[in-house]
Design a protein around this ligand. Structure first.
Ligand SMILES: Cc1cc2nc3c(=O)[nH]c(=O)nc-3n(C[C@H](O)[C@H](O)[C@H](O)COP(=O)(O)OP(=O)(O)OC[C@H]3O[C@@H](n4cnc5c(N)ncnc54)[C@H](O)[C@@H]3O)c2cc1C
Length: 304
């Protein structure tokens, strides 16, 4: 919506919005996760096409996606944020290979994606040549807003669970320590709800999500993990059971505990979000970035 040509918008947005076509986000690489601008997937111009070679990793849904937005390095002779260009990639293109990654919770939601001489027409470029960093920032801000606004914190489930749970000391809700924890999370839960309403109403007025939206994912991600761990504590020794038929609350908190660390990494780690809030919302001094103004191909690395 922000960078596509009129043709892109007409061709892709309706089916994207209706869910008829699924898209993925091809950003992270083995050498470029938090430091997305350090990516090494190359796109080289060949007439009215680009030839792409390289690898992405952790690409959610790549195994069932029709299209992806792909950030590449098109100019290694300028500083890393300046030589990037974004493309719309048809995931069925020749030379695209998707390899699923199995997760600790038993699921297979993300992938490695390899590109070998993949040809992309220049008409599938998203934004100007060299402006990929700005395009990707728009994507990332939207991603953080959407993860933060929809991420379940586990609080309503924990409240229901505690309302019925009888521990060795009696009803869990009669325990002052339990009540104090629930009150603490109830306040955070409301804060998250109204913060996300504020962001959604700004969106409805046509504003683009800004760095302040990093707060939702940061707070919700750690809350989910703390709540799942607390439920395990309440369960005592029975907390090790993960079979839904045997475990308390149908094993919901065990599953939550296993998937919760991912929420503190996906879409930007806690540390990166704290840096963004510190620098771009609170105006505190910036992180040290020694390679910011160095041409990418002169940054010392091993084995490029
Ligand atoms: C469930 C899930 C889904 C994902 N889906 C996608 C997807 O669809 N598309 C996609 O492109 N990527 C996806 N990712 C990848 C995700 O964006 C990256 O994992 C994330 O940005 C972190 O990058 P990294 O794994 O390379 O870790 P690194 O960047 O190597 O970070 C390692 C550690 O160092 C810390 N660190 C790094 N830099 C700094 C700094 N400057 N200051 C302080 N601490 C720092 C980090 O916080 C982290 O703790 C997904 C990840 C997960 C877990």
């Amino acid at each position: 919506m922000a960078y596509g040509s009129e043709d892109h918008k007409r061709n892709y947005l309706p089916k994207l919005a209706s869910g008829e076509q699924i898209w993925c986000q091809l950003f992270s690489e083995p050498a470029g996760g938090s430091d997305v601008a350090g990516l090494r997937t190359r796109a080289e111009r060949d007439g009215d096409h680009w030839i792409v070679n390289g690898q992405k990793i952790w690409t959610s849904g790549a195994h069932y996606s029709d299209f992806g937005i792909l950030i590449t390095r098109t100019d290694p002779t300028v500083p890393k944020h300046k030589g990037l260009t974004m493309f719309i990639l048809d995931m069925k293109s020749q030379g695209v290979e998707v390899k699923p990654i199995k997760q600790a919770n038993g699921m297979q939601e993300f992938n490695e994606v390899f590109f070998t001489n993949v040809r992309i027409p220049d008409s599938q470029r998203l934004g100007a040549v060299g402006d990929g960093w700005n395009v990707s920032l728009t994507t990332l801000m939207n991603e953080r807003l959407s993860i933060g606004a929809r991420l379940a914190t586990g609080f309503p489930e924990l409240f229901d669970y505690c309302s019925e749970l009888i521990t060795a000391d009696g009803p869990a809700l009669d325990d002052r320590a339990v009540r104090s924890k629930l009150a603490h999370w109830a306040v955070k839960d409301s804060g998250l709800k109204y913060t996300s309403y504020r962001a959604v109403s700004a969106l409805s007025k046509g504003q683009r999500p800004g760095p302040e939206n990093s707060i939702g994912k940061l707070v919700a991600g750690s809350m989910l993990q703390e709540i799942a761990a607390f439920a395990m504590e309440l369960d005592g020794a029975a907390g090790v059971l993960s079979d839904p038929a045997e475990a308390g609350a149908g094993g919901r908190f065990q599953a939550m505990l296993l998937s919760s660390p991912a929420m503190r990494i996906a879409g930007g780690t806690d540390e990166i979000l704290r840096n963004i809030i510190a620098e771009r919302v609170l105006g505190l001094p910036g992180d040290i970035r020694v390679d910011k103004d160095v041409p990418f191909n002169q940054i010392p690395t091993r084995g490029r």
